[in-house]
Write a protein that binds this ligand. Structure first.
Ligand SMILES: [Zn+2]
Length: 306
């Protein structure tokens, strides 16, 4: 290569790199400095993920905050607090949707589920595969069959866990459960963090599978709110080849969940709205994410005018 050829090659490389840079800026299209926090919500909200604490202070704060926002929540009650939790739920039926956090490895799991159902619990969660079994292990099948028969939605944890476990909490097994139990309703926690693609594809293929985006995911991607579009990709492909006939727009598979105390409710709205805003999710779908989807899964009548 002579000097002239070298110059031409070098210029071509620079030009190519420049094009790529421009493309990168254009496709990214997110200007953090221009975005203002958005706390607006649709009129009807169900937070699908709040852990109940059996204290007067928690109950007071919960009712105060959720009443102020005219919101309901799936309140996940540990088994040692079932009596107090269901009493609280029955005292506030317009705010609390009681879920029992049964131990799926309990030797009496089927009796446990029947018992919490008879007490008035509407769903099961948060559930954890704690041992060496994935959620789709055949040993759990009678549990999923019973929840399906009782029409109790289930809220399993997915992805990494605070104690460091993660391998048996992948979201893919939920796809298998949904396929085996098409009437079972699953709204799983944390969108599979970090297995987002797996979670999204399982949800795309299964009409009865939804995810919340609670946990560290929106904190991790605070500066990159368009990140989620690569996993929730298929809205424009509905009706095309390789799409399920009953596919719904991708963002309809996401539900609002906080997984934090009532004092963080507004911060969770801000985080969630940032993602919805950055991905141009239309109002009709936001209303589903924020409450209408959970209302449908739970058979909750949405108050008129909402
Ligand atoms: Zn969780």
């Amino acid at each position: 290569m002579n000097l002239k050829q070298l110059f031409i090659t070098f210029s071509a490389v620079l030009l190519f790199a420049g094009c790529n840079n421009n493309q990168g800026t254009q496709t990214q299209g997110w200007d953090e400095s221009k975005y203002k926090p958005d706390y607006s919500t649709p009129p009807f909200i169900i937070d699908d993920h709040v852990h109940y604490r059996a204290t007067d202070e928690f109950e007071k704060d919960f009712i105060e905050v959720y009443t102020r926002h005219n919101a309901m929540a799936c309140l996940l009650v540990n088994i040692q607090h079932l009596e107090r939790g269901i009493a609280f739920a029955k005292a506030h039926p317009d705010r609390v949707i009681p879920y029992a956090a049964v131990d799926i490895d309990s030797p009496t799991i089927l009796e446990d589920v029947q018992k919490v159902y008879d007490m008035g619990f509407r769903g099961l969660g948060e559930l954890f595969a704690r041992g060496n079994w994935d959620y789709c292990d055949p040993k759990y099948d009678p549990l999923w069959a019973l929840a399906e028969k009782l029409d109790m939605p289930v809220a399993p944890h997915t992805g990494n866990l605070s104690n460091g476990l993660m391998h048996h909490l992948r979201p893919a097994p939920l796809g298998d459960i949904c396929a085996r139990h098409p009437k079972l309703k699953i709204h799983a926690a944390h969108f599979g963090n970090p297995w987002y693609e797996e979670a999204a594809e399982a949800a795309r293929r299964n009409a009865n599978l939804y995810f919340d985006l609670s946990g560290s995911s929106l904190i991790k991607k605070e500066k990159d709110p368009q990140y989620w579009a690569q996993w929730l990709w298929w809205t424009d492909a509905i009706g095309k080849a390789h799409m399920p006939a009953n596919a719904v727009p991708a963002w309809e598979k996401i539900v609002f969940g906080s997984d934090e105390g009532p004092d963080q409710f507004e911060e969770n709205i801000r985080r969630f709205n940032k993602v919805l805003d950055a991905n141009n999710v239309p109002d009709s779908i936001r209303a589903k994410c924020y409450g209408l989807t959970m209302a449908r899964l739970l058979g909750i009548k949405v108050p008129s005018g909402k």
